[in-house]
Design a protein around this ligand. Structure first.
Ligand code: ZN
Ligand code: ZN
Length: 345
């Protein structure tokens, strides 16, 4: 098959368009012809060699939508020609995490696209009825590609934050691909949304998608402003999409009993943490990984009914994946914000 291949770890130029092996599938799986694949910060880290399960050469890309090409003999409920969006991981369905409904944490299945299994920068991927959600006719495949990661990740994180309508949530890196959709979803859930961004140019955009308040903080210091906006109390939760650059200010933004939900990690490495803060305020640090297949089903339903409007910043052919990485890495993707999407064909 045609694919953009990660030939070695390094700068965007290591992504090269050429031939790769079409993945083989089991009787319980299916082959999906990829139509579109989103590009996220996780891909930049994967390309640089931060994930131990990735071995080059590798076909990256975990934000996938396409059309079922062939189904194994044991597959029911899906047939060739069906349009599907996929979650980031194929789970096993039987391990303790899967049985608890936490398929995003499965470590026994085929694995994560672009790491353990061939990803959406290639023409074909394998999939399972456990990670494929049918797309109704009114959702384009380009949009379908960004529903699991760019939209579902924020939805999952908001659920992990255990918020009630009327609660205050701070969303960091809010003008990025995940951030914009998290702001939109948080407002839909009836939360008071404080969005933070390092770019003053993104303030109007963030208000348009639903932020009640926007703090433009080029120095990543926003906790004082959050306290002012909350009468000194602080926020009930922070959805931390940036990671290291904002961590210190995020934890200081929380009210007593608040939750810091860790989602993004743009600068791998350690963060400074004074244990006194979580102790004295009973602050909880909560991890949030990707999205469940049940999250993706919910997002597909919300998008099909026009309640959520996913945003694509720019579309590029998959052969230009290196350029997409360079654009994302420099923060200069075009359009009115949203996800970069690579298209096949
Ligand atoms: Zn992603
Ligand atoms: Zn499992």
């Amino acid at each position: 098959m045609k694919a953009t291949v990660l030939t070695q770890f390094g700068a965007p130029e290591v992504l090269q368009y050429g031939e790769a092996d079409t993945p083989t599938w089991l009787a319980s799986q299916m082959l999906v012809r990829v139509a579109a694949c989103g590009v996220c910060g996780h891909d930049l880290l994967n390309r640089e060699g931060h994930f131990p399960d990735t071995q080059t050469p590798c076909v990256m890309g975990h934000e996938i939508a396409g059309v079922v090409q062939e189904v194994g003999a044991l597959v029911t409920g899906l047939a060739p020609g069906d349009r599907v969006a996929l979650t980031q991981r194929i789970s096993c369905g039987t391990c303790p995490a899967c049985r608890a409904g936490r398929d995003n944490l499965c470590r026994s299945g085929p694995g994560f696209y672009g790491e353990q299994i061939s990803g959406g920068y290639g023409e074909f991927v394998i999939a399972s009825p456990r990670n494929a959600v049918p797309l109704p006719a009114n959702i384009d495949l380009d949009i379908g590609a960004i529903l699991s990661c760019a939209v579902g990740t924020g939805y999952h994180a908001l659920n992990r934050a255990r918020l009630l309508p009327g609660d205050t949530v701070v969303i960091t890196a809010a003008s990025g691909g995940v951030g914009l959709h998290t702001v939109e979803l948080a407002r839909l859930l009836g939360l008071r949304v404080i969005a933070t961004t390092s770019s003053a140019r993104k303030v109007d955009l963030l208000r348009e998608v639903g932020a009640n308040e926007v703090i433009a903080a080029p120095d990543n210091q926003f906790h004082k402003a959050v306290r002012e906006l909350t009468g000194g109390a602080g926020a009930d939760a922070v959805i931390e999409i940036a990671g290291g650059p904002t961590f210190g200010s995020s934890i200081r933004s929380l009210a007593v009993g608040g939750r810091l939900v860790l989602v993004g990690n743009v600068q791998p490495g350690n963060v400074p943490l004074n244990p006194a803060l979580p102790i004295l305020k009973e602050i909880e640090l909560v991890g949030s990984a990707h999205a469940l297949v049940s999250d993706l089903r919910r997002i597909v339903d919300l998008v099909a009914r026009g309640v959520v409007k996913p945003k694509i910043a720019e579309k590029l052919p998959v052969r230009e994946a290196a350029r997409a990485h360079a654009l994302l890495g420099s923060g200069s993707a075009g359009g009115a914000g949203g996800r970069l999407v690579l298209t096949h064909g």
